[in-house]
Design a protein around this ligand. Structure first.
Ligand SMILES: N[C@@H](CCC(=O)N[C@@H](CS)C(=O)NCC(=O)O)C(=O)O
Length: 210
């Protein structure tokens, strides 16, 4: 069981997390098996001294364990699994362009769309701190801007980079397809909706478990 070199692959995760889903989706599209270890982030299980000392000093999941080594950050984990596969373009410019969209996902998309989903659907608006509640309008505007940019980009191409599915699509798919849970209206972005259907129709696709 595990990766191409026979090493043991363990995903340290919280199943409802889109960041963790990216890694599961990548593995599934590649036909790789992952062992899974669940942590309840709502109970602070990624903040224990043992987790910080052994799994991720940054106190977050996902973390991909490869043998005895630990690789935090969803996009790094996806890159490790997909290295050498068709999910990473062979063309040098396209490979860098893929990283561009994965950077966009982490800076412009996830902090707004994923955070809104977490606050609204998991923490509950009534349980937010005043500081968090104050950030909602700005996160909503920034999330809409990210979706608009994606919709424009997908206006004349099937996937984010080149003509095939890459890690850029996987990274962006994870929280976009559940953006409605954070109050975003995906119906306003028809090119994004068509792309979501395209990704979901990929052989080896696995649905999120949340
Ligand atoms: N940039 C990181 C973000 C990881 C992250 O924010 N993980 C969240 C769940 S999606 C987490 O572990 N939260 C628990 C905590 O911060 O205590 C990645 O892409 O993996």
């Amino acid at each position: 069981m595990g990766g191409m070199n026979g090493e043991r692959l363990v995903l340290h995760e919280y199943s409802a997390s889109g960041n963790c889903y990216k890694v599961r989706l990548t593995a599934s599209l590649l036909g790789l098996n992952l062992e899974r270890r669940e942590y309840d982030i709502l109970k602070g299980e990624t903040r224990t001294p043992q987790f910080l000392a052994t799994v991720n000093a940054n106190g977050r999941i996902p973390v991909l364990q490869v043998g005895e080594r630990f690789l935090p950050e969803s996009n790094a984990a996806c890159f490790y699994l997909a290295d050498g596969s068709a999910l990473i373009p062979a063309d040098r410019f396209e490979r860098a362009d893929m990283l561009r969209w994965m950077g966009f996902e982490q800076y412009n998309h996830e902090p707004n769309i994923a955070t809104m989903r977490f606050w609204v659907a998991y923490v509950g608006e009534a349980n937010l701190t005043d500081a968090q509640r104050d950030q909602i309008p700005a996160k909503r505007i920034a999330g809409e801007a990210a979706l608009r940019l994606m919709d424009e980009h997908l206006g004349d191409r099937p996937y984010f980079v080149g003509n095939r599915l890459t890690l850029a699509d996987i990274a962006l798919y994870a929280y976009t397809h559940v953006a409605g849970e954070g109050g975003f209206r995906l119906g306003d972005y028809p090119n994004v909706e068509a792309w979501l259907d395209r990704v979901a129709a990929t052989p080896g696709y696995v649905a999120m478990e949340a």
